[in-house]
Design a protein around this ligand. Structure first.
Ligand code: ADP
Ligand code: AMP
Length: 217
């Protein structure tokens, strides 16, 4: 199974990706997570990427495409993968198509998690993440059992620097300008499926499974 998750920041891609990856035993590849790991480890890539993440801008295509190609070349991606947050530009989508095409492969579907704009701001500003294990929560919709503490590893959860209201607005503008055109791109390829991303997390996952059932047999 080769799946791309599409949708605006805050749509629930990472949340659903965790379930999809477990259900179908495919690696969850989040470019955002890769960048954040490099930033916390202060690698040269992290130092470069930080400038963009802090301002809600996209890391340049060339850098991002190379990271993904490298990751998809690993053994665990042989049977499939789930891309979360990539591609984010038409240029990235074309590079991915070419990369897979050269191996006689293609994606099974680009699954759009469809959430209206008015819900996004609340989802993103209420997001809390664990800096140690990467678990993600929401202060209202998916709270930690003990306030402020990660359920998995008990570290203090934090708000991502780019989840503050002003950066969220910039990220949504970036999405509209650079990422939304991918909906048309995959529609044209007849590879687009759309899932209603409103309602409870588990409800959305049931819809995701239903949608994947008909596509990826
Ligand atoms: P993305 O990866 O698309 O940026 P996330 O999966 O991190 O989005 O979700 C953004 C925030 O919204 C998180 O705090 C998450 O807990 C919350 N969330 C995810 N899905 C839902 C849902 N169906 N209803 C309410 N909140 C949700
Ligand atoms: P995410 O965790 O998916 O919300 O991504 C967080 C940030 O990482 C984005 O705002 C970008 O700065 C950067 N990023 C993640 N994926 C990409 C991508 N495919 N292309 C460029 N930048 C990306």
């Amino acid at each position: 199974m080769k799946i791309i998750l599409l949708g605006p920041p805050g749509a629930g891609k990472g949340t659903q990706a965790k379930f999809i990856s477990e259900e179908y035993s495919i690696p969850h590849i989040s470019t955002g997570d890769i960048f954040r790991k490099n930033i916390s480890e202060k690698t040269p890539l992290g130092v470069e990427a930080k400038k963009y993440l802090d301002n809600g801008q996209l890391v340049p295509d060339e850098v991002t495409i190379n990271i993904v190609k490298d990751r998809l070349g690993k053994d665990d991606c042989k049977e499939g993968f789930l891309l979360d947050g990539f591609p984010r530009t038409v240029n990235q989508a074309e590079a991915l198509d070419l990369f897979l095409n050269n191996k006689g492969q293609k994606i099974d579907t680009a699954l759009l998690i469809d959430v209206p704009k008015e819900l996004i701001l609340e989802r993103m500003t209420g997001r809390r993440v664990c800096p140690s294990c990467g678990a993600s929560y929401h202060v209202k919709f998916n709270p930690t059992k003990v306030e402020g503490k990660c359920d998995v590893c008990h570290s203090d959860v934090i708000q991502r620097k780019d989840d503050t209201e002003s950066t969220v607005k910039d990220r949504l503008d970036v999405y509209d300008e650079q990422t939304q055109p991918l909906i048309g791109y995959y529609k044209k390829q007849k590879a687009l499926s759309i899932v209603d991303g409103t309602g409870e997390i588990n409800e959305v996952f049931q819809r995701v499974k239903e949608s994947l059932k008909s596509i990826c047999k």
